[in-house]
Design a protein around this ligand. Sequence first.
Ligand SMILES: Nc1ncnc2c1ncn2[C@@H]1O[C@H](COP(=O)(O)OP(=O)(O)OP(=O)(O)O)[C@@H](O)[C@H]1O
Ligand SMILES: [Mg+2]
Length: 280
Amino acid sequence: MNTHNSTTPRPPTGPHPRPQPIFELAHAGVTFTSRKGKDVIAVEDMNLTVNSEEIVSLVGPSGCGKSTVLRVLAGLQPLTSGDVWIGGGTRKPGFAEVAIVFQKPTLLPWLTVRQNIFYPVRALRRRPDRTLNERCDELLDIVGLSEMADRMPHELSGGMQQRASIARSLILDPKILLMDEPFGALDALTREDLQLDLLDLHARTRKTILLVTHSINEAVLLSDRVAVMSARPGRLQNLIEIDIPRPRGPDCIADPDFQKYAAHIRTDIFGPRYRKEAHA
Ligand SMILES: Nc1ncnc2c1ncn2[C@@H]1O[C@H](COP(=O)(O)OP(=O)(O)OP(=O)(O)O)[C@@H](O)[C@H]1O
Ligand SMILES: [Mg+2]
């Protein structure tokens, strides 16, 4: 098991000669001012470099700033200190390079599944050309909703709605997919199903994914690296490389290495108290 306290890029894997950083947070900090004028430091001195095509999970206690980090990368939240770079340039808001998926699908109830997936195209007043139509069909296929393209959101299960929402996030072909507890509102079986779908989607599209999750097993199953954040103010506490070969499936959860990674992350989050109780 390789663990790193720094943000050193991974060694070369797959067809690419060396990993290419796609975004970076450097000494990033976000301080909010409450309505009573008190400063709340949500994120402090956060350093994280993510390479193109990686899946990195962000885990940590509730309130440690995970959603804030995602909002910074999506251009929805300015930093109060430090820097953020995306694709070699300083962060500029825009749908095209970064997309975000939230816990709830937020589909528009008066549009069909296909129209919902197309919605970002309409919102940006882009002409729906052949490439976009073909991409929409391909995304419907990837998320297993080709048969449901002309249905309304209320005719879909929760899992199907979240699949449609993931397809919608990819219609403008972003380089980076930010996911904030995307499976948190789903039942356990649907959640497992969507985790495997995400692995498949990543294998087919090679998008860079930053995933916030409260499930340690989900983080280990999906990720190339797991970034553990400390309690508020959130900082990068540990960066753990998950050296389990892909393609991965449900069987790898039983792998002793998988269990070692999960235990390591759990101890990082809960500290020595967890270790004592776990081995009592
Ligand atoms: N707009 C805001 N104004 C004031 N404080 C905020 C604001 N947004 C977030 N915070 C505070 O910043 C801290 C980090 O919030 P954030 O939502 O990023 O945490 P989180 O790690 O995503 O938590 P959870 O796991 O519960 O979703 C919290 O203390 C929160 O109360
Ligand atoms: Mg959150």
